[in-house]
Design a protein around this ligand. Sequence first.
Ligand SMILES: O=c1ccn([C@@H]2O[C@H](COP(=O)(O)O)[C@@H](O)[C@H]2O)c(=O)[nH]1
Length: 231
Amino acid sequence: MTPDQVIVALDVPDLPKAIALVDRLPGVNFWKVGLELFVGAGPGVLAELKDRGKRIFLDLKFHDIPNTVLGACLSASRYEVDLLTLHATAGSQALTLAAQAMAPLEHPPKLLAITLLTSIGDRQLREELQQPLAVEDYVSAMAQLAQNAGIDGAVCSPQEVAKLRQICGPDFLLVTPGVRPLWSAQGDQQRVTTPSQAIAAGANYVVIGRPITADPNPEAAWERLCQDLAV
Ligand SMILES: O=c1ccn([C@@H]2O[C@H](COP(=O)(O)O)[C@@H](O)[C@H]2O)c(=O)[nH]1
């Protein structure tokens, strides 16, 4: 596993904090901009990252009616980011429209479908979301829905990666948040493994935020993660 397979979640509220963190961690080449930063700072943050030669995962998790998901994906594609998310539960029509709209673009983002948030465990899926399937089966069904609609890949927890790699094949992108080095706190993530385990199971990329960005010494935390990955 190489550090280039690590995407760091830039979950801070404003542009100055984001840029300060990016400039403190020059070894991080792939950053994830999510709802907190995009809503707080606007799209200017994407230009700042591009100016620094960074790859960008725009994690806005679109979830709406098909026409609105289509429009949001087209608008987001103008930023020429590398990865973009939408929820599989938007349904096959939304997924298909989004996938078809990206195809003719010169620099289309790869579309990733959120299968089931990594903060949701078996009990919540069953009791709160009223879903009778076990997590792994539900995640598999959502990934297959997305793949059949022409979506490029899925966001899942590292615990489902091996199964998805098996059923979706080698070309389907698998991106896994919910990774935790042994030295970090689990927080609100429910379905976790270490980053190395996620890659060994078949993930293309892991996403990690607070173990690096909320550490009082992010440089040291990043170095420690890179050492873990080199073993
Ligand atoms: O299922 C999902 C989808 C997205 N995320 C995002 O990944 C990062 C994880 O951050 P940590 O601090 O390492 O927990 C965060 O930006 C989430 O919005 C996810 O965790 N799970």
